[in-house]
Design a protein around this ligand. Sequence first.
Ligand SMILES: [Zn+2]
Ligand SMILES: [Zn+2]
Length: 333
Amino acid sequence: MPAGDQVSLSHLASITRIVEADGESALHKSVHQVLVRMLETSILAHPRISRLIDVWEGIAGTANERIAGHLHQILNHEPDEKLVRHVFRCVSSTAALRGRQTGNHSHFFDDVIDRIVRSRKDGDKSLRCECCGYQFRNRDVKTERYTKIVESGFELERSLFPGRSGDPYKPIDRGNGMTWTQLTIDHVIPEETLGWSDPDNLEVLCMFCNLGKLAYRRPLEGLSSFAVGALAEVPSNRKWGQLKHQVVVAALSALGGTCSQCAKTKSDVELTVRPLLPKDGSINGFLPWNLKSVCYICLANEGDELPQLPSAEGLEDTIGVSSLESTLGHDTE
Ligand SMILES: [Zn+2]
Ligand SMILES: [Zn+2]
């Protein structure tokens, strides 16, 4: 199709199918997820669907049938049941009906904790970040939430897991006396994209994972950020930045919450990331698909060796890092 033409939903759907069929690599899967997300948001923004939000009160009883009918028209085929359910949840959400909510979700906190209690393994008393497996400590929890946590049978940690305190990829200190380890409640499907506020769409996250995720629901949605983030570790003395933060959290989320070495999951261990070693001696861009997830126990057992990056001096002459640095500096602080 010529540049500048609007991409139709059927085009988008066929590109999505091509990418899905073309390969199984991490990059294929990630691009596929992004395309699915584009399809999903295009459907939600379609006038046939978005107009349902305005007339919701009158149609709630027949909403499922109506949504299925509209999706049939939009997609030219019978819609998947899961898609109908998803669209129903989105257009009936508080965010859709009353506009975007602000503030915290403390009133949902008890429900989210109850959901975790129902799914936890017998005898497991740890309360962990549902993205990275960080085990929350007393000091990470607001006083008003403490009682619910303890009454639900959780035991909070007293100290950080060894290895976490010096991890260059998961810093702890946020500055101004704040930490990245605070317990937060966050939407899985963001409110900005009509996510609903029920326990199945809310999760307990550490502040690091919560803020690194931003509005992204699927791991590689912020592709342009990641393209720039590829330079996040060059030169090697570069300060910690927002882009790097997003790349780490996207990788943790894309890699499925499992340690690449011992196969334990985030419900048992805290995960971090380490760069995969470049195969041919080339620079490995700091990108979600160039990282592996690994737990602190494996790092401690195997000796945590960070790959050596080229020094700033060595690079400046060849690829003009100093000029890039000044262009990107504002975003990455
Ligand atoms: Zn986390
Ligand atoms: Zn491990």
